[in-house]
Ligand binder design. Sequence first.
Ligand SMILES: *[C@@H]1O[C@H](CO)[C@@H](O)[C@H](O)[C@H]1NC(C)=O
Ligand SMILES: *[C@@H]1O[C@H](CO)[C@@H](O)[C@H](O)[C@H]1NC(C)=O
Length: 327
Amino acid sequence: MDQFSHGARCAGAGARCAGAGRALPAALGLLAALLLLAARRDSRVVLTSELYEAGHSRPHAECCPARGAALRLLVLVTSAPGHAAAREAVRLSWGHAALRRDIGFAFILGSLHTRDEAKADAIRAEDVLYGDIIIGNSRDSYSNLTLKTLSMLEWVHTYCPKVPRLLKTDDDMFINIPRLLKFIDARKNETRTIWGHVYEQAWPHRTMWSKYYVSPRQYPSSQFPDYTSGAAYLMTTDVVGELLKAAGQEPYLRLEDVFVTGVLASKLKIKRQHAAEFLLSAEADNKKVLYHPCTVQKGIAIHMVRFHEQFDLWRKVLDGTTKCEDA
Ligand SMILES: *[C@@H]1O[C@H](CO)[C@@H](O)[C@H](O)[C@H]1NC(C)=O
Ligand SMILES: *[C@@H]1O[C@H](CO)[C@@H](O)[C@H](O)[C@H]1NC(C)=O
């Protein structure tokens, strides 16, 4: 499991206690160390506003013409500096469908460390070519995923407030844009809603070595509010400002989807609606079923897609010959 970004602060508290531990017999010392470890994990409760660095170094306001007034949909794909191949596959496959004038499209990254100058150069070059990489000011890392999502919401709030719908997705997802537009059109009048693959009655992992560990102090209740999978979710943008504002006052959770579409959405009474079209590969029997042309044509989002598979799926969306029931 990754370190929390505020690990340094906790290590300070730990050092103080370790001094007391030395005076104890070995067994008690070990016990103390374990308790200390638990306490350290527990003490990692920090308000999100203390971690989040607002602003964007590469805002690309032009990715949202007229502040979104002429757009039907904005697609923002969270990506990481090292994922150039995944971004390329997205641009060359389903990203094509997002080139329509009524859709906004961009990737969103966190900032790089100054020592990563070579990586930063590569990203600049990629961005000169495509002009579709927004870079937020919070540092890019796995444990900062939640900050990346907030950076995305802040961007929408600042540069694209008039767009009616936002799709948040990742660079390993296949998105069937034509199908998504149909889905949106059939739900034109909805407000304050997030659609996606909804998880109900999920509980926080309390084993410390779990990748998804959440301490009782970070999240005391034994059950998460309903939340949508972070792989892809669609939201009405009337809630963007509220989510952003509420986020700062909450203890930070690395689980981006639980935090935004669960904890915050439930506080703000934002509806979360399950949509079967948001498919997750883990739930499919095998990729043969999931990647059948009819599944692809009826689905909106497909999870855990490798670069070369993006092209295969895109061909299936374009395939006009396979007969599917109400595809
Ligand atoms: C997360 O982002 C914050 C804000 O930019 C930064 O201070 C922190 O070092 C980052 N954490 C990691 C693990 O990169
Ligand atoms: C949205 O509301 C308008 C006006 O009330 C109605 O005519 C239209 O059918 C509704 N559209 C959908 C997709 O529900």
